[in-house]
Ligand binder design. Structure first.
Ligand SMILES: Cc1cc2nc3c(=O)[nH]c(=O)nc-3n(C[C@H](O)[C@H](O)[C@H](O)COP(=O)(O)OP(=O)(O)OC[C@H]3O[C@@H](n4cnc5c(N)ncnc54)[C@H](O)[C@@H]3O)c2cc1C
Length: 267
C-alpha cells in the first residue's frame, strides 16, 4: 500500500472532513490495509482520537473502534463475558503480534467474510456508532454498508446474561475459517449466527424463530433447527471449502452449538 499524505487528526470533525477527499481512507491497525495494493492520497490515522478504550457500565460495554483484538481478549470482564465467547473467537485469529495491532473497528468496517469476530458480535446483538450516521445495528451494517464515508467510533454490546458458544473450522490454526458458528441463549431466547460462508456472517432468523417458539427443546427439535439453518443460509465455494462441504459443516456445527447452550444451566 502507498500513502501520499499521512495525517493523524486530534479532532473528529477534521478526520471526517479529510475522509471526504478523493481516495482518502482511514488507517486503524493497518494490519489488513498494508497487504492491499492500494494508494491512499490521504491516509487518516485514528490513533489521536482517544478511541482506544473499553468502557463498562451496568448496562453496556462500549468498545472504542481503535481497541485492539488483544485488549478485548485480555479484558477481565469483556473477555470472559457470556462464556468468554469473544475471547474464544479472537484466540483463533493469527497470533498475539497481529492481535496487538488489528482493531475491532478495522474488523467491523472491513466486513470481512472470513471474520472470526463478526459472527459472535452478531450473536451478541452488537450495535455500531458512526460519527455522522449515529447508531446502526451490526446486523443491518453487514447486510448493507453505509452509503456515505463515515468513521466508526464505537461498538456497543448490551449486557445480558446467559450462555454463548463459538466454533470455527480452519485447515491450520493460522488460516482463515472454512465456516464459523456462534450461538447465544438469553433466558429462553436463542440467536444463531453463521460466518465465513464464505460471505460475511448472517443471522439464521428462521432457525431462531423455530427454536424460540419451542419452549422445551429435544434432540429432534435441535436437529430440525440445524436443517432449517442450512436451508435458509446461502453458502459458496472458495479455495478453503466447497459449498457442499460448508452446508454439511453448518448443519453439524449448528446442532452441536445449540446443544451446548441449550442443555447447560444458565448463569
Ligand atoms: C495476516 C492476517 C491474517 C488474518 N487472519 C484473520 C482470521 O483468520 N480471522 C479473522 O477474523 N481476522 C483475520 N485477520 C483480520 C484482522 O482480524 C482484522 O480484522 C484486520 O486486520 C483489520 O483490522 P485493522 O485494525 O488492521 O484495520 P485496517 O487494516 O487499518 O483497516 C481495515 C479497513 O477498515 C477501515 N477502517 C478501519 N477503522 C475504521 C473506522 N473506525 N471507521 C471506518 N472505517 C475504518 C479501513 O479504512 C480499511 O478499509 C487477519 C489479518 C491479517 C493481517
Amino acid at each position: 500500500m502507498k500513502i501520499k499524505t499521512y495525517t493523524m487528526p486530534t479532532d473528529l470533525e477534521e478526520a471526517y472532513q479529510l475522509l471526504q477527499e478523493k481516495d482518502a481512507g482511514i488507517i486503524a491497525g493497518g494490519a489488513w490495509l498494508k497487504l492491499l495494493p492500494k494508494t491512499l492520497t490521504q491516509g487518516i490515522d485514528l490513533s489521536g482520537l482517544k478511541l482506544d478504550t473499553i468502557n463498562e457500565t451496568e448496562e453496556n460495554y462500549t468498545i472504542g473502534s481503535m481497541v485492539t483484538l488483544r485488549q478485548i481478549e485480555t479484558h477481565t470482564s469483556l473477555g470472559t463475558y457470556m462464556d468468554g465467547v469473544l475471547q474464544e473467537a479472537i484466540s483463533h485469529i493469527m497470533g498475539v503480534p497481529i492481535r496487538n495491532i488489528a482493531t475491532i473497528g478495522g474488523t467491523v468496517a472491513g466486513r470481512f467474510g472470513f471474520s472470526d469476530l463478526l459472527t459472535p458480535l452478531l450473536a451478541l446483538k452488537a450495535n455500531l456508532v458512526f460519527y455522522k450516521k449515529g447508531q446502526v445495528t451490526l446486523e443491518s451494517y453487514l447486510k448493507e454498508a453505509l452509503k456515505e464515508k463515515d468513521i466508526l467510533l464505537q461498538i456497543i454490546i448490551k449486557k445480558e446474561y446467559g450462555k454463548a458458544h463459538y466454533t470455527t473450522v480452519k485447515k491450520t490454526a493460522n488460516d482463515f475459517p472454512i465456516l464459523n458458528v456462534s450461538i447465544t441463549k438469553i433466558g429462553t431466547h436463542f440467536r444463531v449466527a453463521v460466518g465465513a460462508r464464505p460471505s460475511a456472517a448472517v443471522l439464521a432468523t428462521k432457525t431462531m424463530a423455530y427454536l424460540n417458539e419451542n419452549k422445551t427443546l429435544s434432540d429432534d427439535i435441535i436437529e430440525k433447527a440445524a436443517k432449517i439453518a442450512v436451508e435458509e443460509i446461502s453458502f459458496g465455494s472458495n479455495a478453503r471449502g466447497s459449498k457442499a462441504y460448508r452446508t454439511q459443516l453448518c448443519k453439524v456445527l449448528v446442532e452441536r452449538g445449540i446443544k451446548e447452550v441449550a442443555y447447560e444451566n444458565t448463569n
